[in-house]
Design a protein around this ligand. Sequence first.
Ligand SMILES: Nc1ncnc2c1ncn2[C@@H]1O[C@H](COP(=O)(O)OP(=O)(O)OP(=O)(O)O)[C@@H](O)[C@H]1O
Ligand SMILES: [Mg+2]
Length: 273
Amino acid sequence: MHSQASAGAAERDGSGSGGFPNSGEILRTQALSKIFHSGLLQIIPLDGIDLVVERGEMIAVVGPSGAGKSTLLHLLAALDTPTSGAVYFAGNSLRSLAEAELAEYRNRAVGFVWQRHYLLPDFTAAENVAMPLLVRGKTLGQALQAAGDWLQEVGLGGRAGQRAAQLSGGEQQRVAIARALVNHPSLLLADEPTGDLDERSAESIFELIERLHRSHHLTSIVATHNLALARRTDRVLVLERGKLVPAREVSAGAAASVARAAVTGSKTTGERG
Ligand SMILES: Nc1ncnc2c1ncn2[C@@H]1O[C@H](COP(=O)(O)OP(=O)(O)OP(=O)(O)O)[C@@H](O)[C@H]1O
Ligand SMILES: [Mg+2]
């Protein structure tokens, strides 16, 4: 996919220099909708989302459990397809891409961090981070070298040879973040990356994401229930009833429901039937 490859190359070439092209639109959704069918019930988590994301932005997406945050991130990452509407990356509709180009988009343009790390427990931290590079055809030596550098960067320099299963939850999430970024994506999509962690680990993982976002000139979208962390991003968007609205435009009632959900994890869905 030419424009994506060139967008990524432009970002890598910048490597922090003054001429870094860290502005302009990178991602856009147009009337993006997703409908799920569950028995007779129709669930519409996304009902015509129009979102423009500028290069270099860090955005938080909040909303009650079941609102559709994960669904949105999956569509942005091309891990699922919309019922209608479109996602554009660097001006290209994902719909227009052939399967091989979509795979390239998922593997190279996007780094995805999940709430659970999904590391391979019997492999070392370095092997887990190296995996995406091996998939791309790098030699084991090259891949482990890059993985070692990334582990250093996420604060686990001394733990490269340790099995993933022997790391703490916070350390495993650091490995997962290194794995998500090892291919130098332009976009970091994180789905409740601190959801499984205690308050202190959540804070330090969020700090790490903020630091990497800046130092690697990422564009980041983070779904979270943690409003205190969300407020530290450039923009907080609230997903409710299938629509994405800036936090400041949210009605008092909806804000209270988001806050409640953040505390209790209670289920208020965007279902319509
Ligand atoms: N594959 C599916 N089939 C049917 N319904 C689905 C499917 N995936 C998600 N849903 C429904 O879509 C709605 C949105 O789910 P989603 O997981 O995106 O919410 P969320 O905002 O990420 O919630 P949470 O904060 O709990 O992670 C929910 O009602 C969910 O049950
Ligand atoms: Mg979710």
